[in-house]
Structure formats: structure tokens, C-alpha cells
Design a protein around this ligand. Structure first.
Ligand SMILES: NC(=O)c1ccc[n+]([C@@H]2O[C@H](COP(=O)([O-])OP(=O)(O)OC[C@H]3O[C@@H](n4cnc5c(N)ncnc54)[C@H](O)[C@@H]3O)[C@@H](O)[C@H]2O)c1
Length: 264
């Protein structure tokens, strides 16, 4: 996974792209985004229905698959199980939409931006917590009684990962996907063992793209995955603005449109 996605080369140790000066162009994530043409391995092809708007489907290959797969595959909750999603970006919201499909209750969303929490509520969170103004662990215990069955951590902030453990009931499971910059220090007995908790890392939602993406496309088509509410389209020339809007939090998932003539 690390070698193929971040090593810059394909499985044959090559990159099919070079600059005019004949320098290798890194094959990031097996594709090299922002190129107007690229080559991809046929093993990575996912067939989807012809009538679906392809412009929305790019993020299905990473963040949306990761969020929904973590809930549907890795956590696999039963209807009525409680779940807390920490971080309501593209990954957290996808996990939350999946939790709604799985019949979880309550579905609690935690973030530090009211605008994102508002959208989370609109998309199916039964409760929202702004952890800047409320103690999430206290509030989650108040909502769930014994603590949540599951938590899904997407922020990568060490204090939030600890909160995602502390909010659980006995034998609860915290799944984390986040790529955090800072280290987390925790007491193995107090924070994990004492309540028989599980902290597990998940890559790409434990998903097989060819199986999960067509399923997610069906959810998208029937309105259970309203991805259009998460995304904003940009032309390739506006890539810097897309990055800025993503990092300042104003847009959840920017999508660059390379083929302007594309029509469904
Ligand atoms: N493991 C994998 O396979 C995989 C795949 C895709 C993405 N990721 C990772 O998942 C993470 C989430 O991705 P995303 O696209 O949703 O990112 P994002 O930046 O859109 O979402 C993160 C959310 O966390 C919130 N947040 C930040 N600090 C917080 C805090 N202290 N308390 C509460 N909320 C806080 C932000 O407001 C934001 O809404 C990233 O780290 C990304 O790299 C992992």
C-alpha cells in the first residue's frame, strides 16, 4: 500500500510519465492527479452505471470509500448501536451517512466548526457537539448513558483520539483513519485495557473498490449519499483557490474538472 501509493512508481518500478526534459514524474497514488492525461493500471478500474455523473465520483476512490467502508466494513454496527464521528470533513461525513444506512442510533457528530456541524445535522446526525464550547466526552455520556458502542476518529488530533476512546462504553471500539502530525501519549491500562476497549487503524475503509464503489453509487443515485452537498467544482486553472478553500475549511471536498466538455 505505502510503496504503490506513495513510492511514485508502479508495480514494475516505472513511471509512465516524464517531463519534456525526460525527468520522471511521480505516479502519486497510482495516477498522478492534476495531469490532463495519465495511465492507470487496469486492476484499478471500477465499472459504474453509465447514467451517473462521473464528476462526483473521484472522491469515491479515497475519502468517501474510507469513511463509508470504515463504518460498513470495519465497524459493521447493528441497527440501534450508537456511534460518534469525530471530524465532519469528507471522511467523517461519509462515515456518518453510512452509519445512517446501517441504522445506528444515536449518531453523534463532533467538530469545531458550526457550519460543518449544521451540515452534519442536515445529513443525518441525531446530535451535534461543538467540542470548542462543550466537553464531548461528558456530552456523549449524557446522550448515550453508558457511552457509545463505536467512535470514528478522523481528525488526527491526539486529544481528540483520546476523547474518541474515553467516550466509549465497555468493550467499545474506536476506529481511526486519520493521518495526524502529532504523537499520542496514552496510558494503556487506564485508556484502553480497563474498559476492554479496541483502538484500530483502518486503511481505505477495509474496502475492495470494485465492490464498495458500485454500492456507494447506488446510494448516491437514490439520495442516501447526497455527495453534491459536500463538493464544489473548480476548473483546473483554479487549483490554488480549491486548495485554499479546502484548507480554510470553507469547502469540504473540492473537485477539479479537467474535461469541461464532459456531459452525462
Ligand atoms: N486511512 C485512510 O485510508 C485514509 C483515507 C483518506 C483520508 N484519510 C485521512 O482522514 C482524515 C480526514 O480526512 P478529511 O478529508 O475528512 O479531512 P478534513 O480536514 O476535511 O476533515 C477533518 C475534520 O476534523 C475537524 N477537526 C479538526 N480538529 C478538530 C478538533 N480538535 N476537534 C474536533 N474536530 C476537529 C475539522 O474541522 C474537519 O471538519 C485525514 O487525516 C486524511 O488524511 C485517511
Amino acid at each position: 500500500m505505502i510503496q504503490l501509493n506513495y513510492g511514485g512508481k508502479n508495480q514494475y518500478g516505472d513511471t509512465p510519465l516524464t517531463t519534456e526534459e525526460n525527468q520522471d514524474v511521480s505516479l502519486f497514488f497510482g495516477q498522478s492527479s492534476f495531469a490532463t492525461y495519465t495511465t492507470v493500471d487496469e486492476n484499478n478500474i471500477v465499472k459504474v452505471d453509465k447514467d451517473v455523473d462521473l464528476r462526483y465520483l473521484g472522491p469515491f476512490g479515497c475519502g468517501i470509500m474510507t469513511g463509508s467502508g470504515t463504518v460498513l466494513n470495519s465497524i459493521n454496527p447493528e441497527p440501534g448501536n450508537s456511534i460518534v464521528v469525530f471530524g465532519t470533513g469528507a471522511v467523517g461525513l461519509s462515515g456518518m451517512l453510512a452509519a445512517k444506512i446501517a441504522g445506528c442510533y444515536p449518531i453523534i457528530a463532533v467538530d469545531i466548526h458550526d457550519s460543518r456541524l449544521k451540515l452534519a445535522k442536515e445529513l443525518g446526525a441525531t446530535h451535534i457537539i461543538n467540542s470548542k464550547s462543550e466537553d464531548p466526552v461528558e456530552k456523549i455520556k449524557e446522550i448515550t448513558g453508558k457511552g457509545a458502542h463505536y467512535s470514528f476518529e478522523t481528525t488526527g488530533v491526539p486529544e481528540v483520539t483520546l476523547a474518541a476512546l474515553h467516550c466509549l462504553r465497555v468493550k467499545g471500539i474506536c476506529a481511526t483513519v486519520a493521518v495526524g502530525k502529532r504523537d499520542l501519549t496514552f496510558n494503556v491500562f487506564n485508556d484502553v485495557v480497563a474498559n476492554s476497549l479496541t483502538l484500530r487503524g483502518v486503511i481505505e475503509g477495509d474496502a475492495v473498490p470494485q465492490l464498495i464503489i458500485p454500492k456507494l453509487v447506488t446510494f448516491f443515485k437514490n439520495g442516501q449519499f447526497p455527495i453534491e452537498k459536500l463538493v464544489k467544482f473548480y476548473e483546473l486553472e483554479d487549483v490554488d483557490r480549491a486548495f485554499a478553500d479546502s484548507s480554510n475549511g470553507s469547502v469540504i471536498k473540492p473537485i477539479l474538472i479537467i474535461d469541461k466538455s464532459y456531459q452525462v
